[in-house]
Structures are given as C-alpha cells and as structure tokens.
Design a protein around this ligand. Sequence first.
Ligand code: ATR
Length: 286
Amino acid sequence: MNMPVDQYAVFGHPINHSKSPRIHTEFAHQTGQSIEYTALDVPATDFQKELIRFAVNGGKGLSCTVPLKELAWQLSNEKSERADRAKAVNTISIGEDRKIFGDNTDGVGLLRDLTINLGISINNLNVLLLGAGGASRGIIEPLLNERPRRMVIANRTLDKAEKLAMEFSAIGSIEAMEFHALTGQSFDLILNATSASLSGDLPPLPDGTLNAGGACYDLAYGKQPTAFVRWGERSGARTSVDGIGMLVEQAAEAFYIWRGIRPQTHPIIELLNAERMSELNKGTDI
Ligand code: ATR
C-alpha cells in the first residue's frame, strides 16, 4: 500500500521568489526523507483560513515568512520559549491532534551562519544591530547569549529601539540609539535587520562606524549584493555577506524539528551562491 507523502509548505506574501522549496527538497534528497514541500502565496488576511485548511488536509509542517511571523505566533496553540521571547514564529509543526506548535529557528540560523560558517565569534565583540522590527526581535536573545562586549540597537525611530532594549534587558545590556548618534563610535560586527535592503536603501550610517577588519551581515538577501553588503565592502570589512547562509541554516533547524535528522547545510549554501553568481554573470554579458 502506498503511504501518502508528508506535506510541508512555506506561507508568505510575496512568495514567488522563495528559495525554501528548493532548500527543503535538497535536504530531503540528501537525508533520504520522503516529503513534499511547496510554496503558497498567503497574505495576512488569509493566513488563519489557509493554516486550518493545511492542517485539516494532513499537512505536517509550515515555514512562515514575511508578513506572517507575528500572526503565526498568535495563532499557535503551543510555542517554544525562543518563539515566545521573539513573539514571532517561523516554523510550525502540526500534531496528530492538529494542534499547532510554533517555534522560531531564525536566531539559531543566524548564529550558526556567523559562528560556524563564517568563523565569527561574537563573544567580546562590539556589536551594532540596525533596525528594531520583527527581524531584530528574533535575533537579540541568541546574540546576547554569546556575551558581546557591547551591544547597540540603532533605529530610525528611537522609541522602538528603546522598547526592544528594555524588553531584553534581563538577558544582557543593550543600548538604544538613533543613527546620527553613532558618529564617533565603532563596531566589530554590524548586522542589518532593517527592511531597507528590500527597497535598495541603506540605513544612514556615519563613516567610521565599522572597525577596520570588522564584519557586516545583512539578514536580507537578493540576486545581487545588497546596498549594505556593498557599504561593508567599501568600509573595509573582512567579511561582508547577506543572509543566504542564515536562510539555509534556519531551514535546516526546521527540517530537524520536523524530521529528527540534521541535513548538511554547506553544499546547499554553496549551490545557491554558485547559482546566483552564474545568474549575475549572465546578466553582465547582455
Ligand atoms: P521586519 O519584520 O522586516 O523587521 P518591520 O517590523 O516593518 O519589518 O521593521 C522594519 C525595520 O526596518 C524598522 O526598524 C524600520 O525602521 P523604523 O522603525 O524607524 O520604521 C527599518 N527601516 C525600514 N526602512 C528603512 C530605511 N530606509 N532606513 C533605515 N531603517 C529602515
């Protein structure tokens, strides 16, 4: 008798450029798991309805991306501690009883990419986090757990940075600042968690904000290096990269939660980077 293949999906809006189906299908091949993983365009207004439909049809797990992570947190019946602290869910597991369990693998994904793939040890670094929205919220706790020497959140709207700093103050000390207040201060690691890259913009960083030989990491990614990755290169960063590695690492953690087996991430990160490079080269030939 043929057993039905376990169903997984990513929900988000927009979703047409999502790399998640590709990544999870590669993980499944690599680990010999039989799953089907699709992408569905789900705006926030349809999320609850689509989530119920997916669960009723026997779906086993979901990845949630922009703009659904906060809503996924609200709709989960049970949540992991890390999802609760982030107030955001990017990985849903659906139990036999159709209970929705929400987790958040973004923080782990970022840390694995930074520490294992890029060899950056956060302990004792001066760290600057740009942005105080949903993307920042998911990574503050894991960053603080690494015990940086100093951590600053800079945001266009100071209020939001101050609120976040307060919220996580029990885990470690964070200072909140506006961008112009960064003049004269310098950092070893700058993480861009603003949504500026999505519109090709760059947060207004004063010259000298990056220490010589420091590292820049953009949580966003695109077909081309983001404005922030380019800024890092111009500013003399030793490493200036976008969030492709984090995307693959957070997916690997989700795959582990669902299937109990940890896929290798290196081959997929290399594959995605090589594909991107070849697309870029094709573009310049035209
Ligand atoms: P996300 O869930 O992607 O974090 P969000 O919650 O809307 O999205 O937060 C977007 C973040 O990017 C905010 O910190 C926003 O700054 P404000 O709080 O001042 O709005 C920041 N942001 C967006 N565009 C920006 C730009 N062009 N320059 C600097 N910061 C920007």
